[in-house]
Design a binder for this molecule. Structure first.
Ligand SMILES: Nc1nc2c(ncn2[C@@H]2O[C@H](COP(=O)(O)OP(=O)(O)OP(=O)(O)O)[C@@H](O)[C@H]2O)c(=O)[nH]1
Ligand SMILES: [Zn+2]
Length: 335
């Protein structure tokens, strides 16, 4: 169902098969040769806050871009007033090719995938070890979204003062996902932020998490207020110090990387996911798909991976993990 009336700050993409299999032609160039490059920091009802050099510039999408929306993390080209002064508005005339896309589908039967964040290298999946209880299926779904979109996952397990991480770590051991465990006291003395920061240096990391897991506590510790002011992000967004939009928000790290905070998620629709993209995150299994039927879901009786693993080419635990992740594409109650 298309909700034309409802504005979201994410990029909706209609899934249309392309019968010729060729790439769609783009209608850009040769105009705007003098356009400046920038990065989208946040989006609020069609107004985009962009970083151009070291200035924060408000912009809107040029009509010529059509339905394609710029999202947080997009590299864009802008024309018009780029001074960043109050009440000025630039125009985004080009959206650069994306190196990665964090997508979600609002519901699994929603034909529209939404790009939430573009060009992030890493997806930090923030999960509390208690209060709220960890939800492994939500973690699995986030992992699938990361693998599908070309982001490397990082597990951030918070509130270890309330419950131990052993069980979760065992569950994700075979996947080899890097992880950090934090406690309440470590936030107070700054150790937690430093330890997480080690994984973020020079990279762009999107943070996702269920409401209440401690994501805000973590992001605030990683990007203190004075750093936010450095790029004027806080004032530029709402003037109220806390962004209240449906959009993600890019915040600069002192190490040169970016933290992209996303609104709390309750679910993570995976309608858009392609098993053929997910398996690329399992390089030890890719060679075993040679004997798979065409468009194999890798979770069906004829899948070639069973024989491959039986022959001892790969660890059965890895195939089990892959199948568990692929199975989360089917929605169950509580997702
Ligand atoms: N015990 C304990 N509590 C924590 C820890 N980190 C955060 N909290 C608490 O957990 C609660 C939720 O933290 P937030 O940072 O607001 O969580 P959030 O994920 O941003 O949640 P929303 O703002 O609802 O999206 C707060 O009361 C924090 O003080 C921790 O390591 N241990
Ligand atoms: Zn297969």
């Amino acid at each position: 169902m298309r909700r034309y009336g409802k504005h979201t700050d994410e990029d909706d993409i209609r899934q249309r098969p392309n019968p010729k299999g060729n790439r769609p032609r783009t209608s850009i160039r040769p105009k705007h040769e003098d356009a400046a490059e920038g990065m989208v920091l946040t989006v609020d009802r069609g107004r985009l806050t962009c970083l151009v050099d070291d200035r924060v510039v408000m912009a809107m999408k040029a009509r010529e871009l059509g339905r394609k929306a710029a999202v947080v993390g997009d590299r864009v080209e802008l024309v018009g007033d780029l001074s960043g002064k109050k009440d000025t508005l630039a125009r985004i005339v080009r959206i650069g090719e994306r190196t990665s896309v964090l997508r979600r589908t609002a519901d699994d039967d929603d034909p529209f995938e939404r790009v939430v964040v573009a060009n992030a290298d890493q997806l930090a999946i923030v999960t509390a070890l208690a209060d709220p209880e960890p939800r492994p299926r939500l973690i699995d779904r986030c992992l699938v979204a990361a693998y599908d979109g070309g982001l490397e996952p990082l597990l951030v397990l918070t509130k270890s003062d309330l419950a131990p991480p052993d069980q979760l770590l065992e569950m994700y051991g075979a996947l080899g996902v890097p992880y950090v465990v934090t406690t309440h006291d470590e936030f107070v003395d700054g150790v937690a932020a430093d330890r997480v920061h080690e994984h973020l240096k020079g990279r762009t990391t999107a943070f996702v998490g269920h409401s209440g897991v401690g994501k805000t506590t973590l992001v605030n510790a990683l990007v203190p207020k004075d750093r936010r002011r450095l790029t004027g992000v806080v004032n530029a967004v709402t003037g109220r110090g806390r962004h209240t939009t449906t959009s993600a928000l890019a915040l600069p790290l002192s190490s040169g990387g970016w933290v992209i905070d996303t609104p709390g998620v309750r679910s993570f629709g995976l309608n858009h996911v392609e098993p053929s993209r997910v398996i690329l995150a399992f390089p030890d299994l890719v060679a075993g798909t040679e004997n798979c039927p065409r468009a194999c879901s890798h979770d069906e009786p004829d899948c070639g991976l069973d024989a491959w693993v039986e022959e001892g080419h790969a660890d059965p635990a890895r195939l089990y993990s892959l199948r568990r992740l692929l199975a989360t594409r089917e929605r169950r109650e509580g997702d």
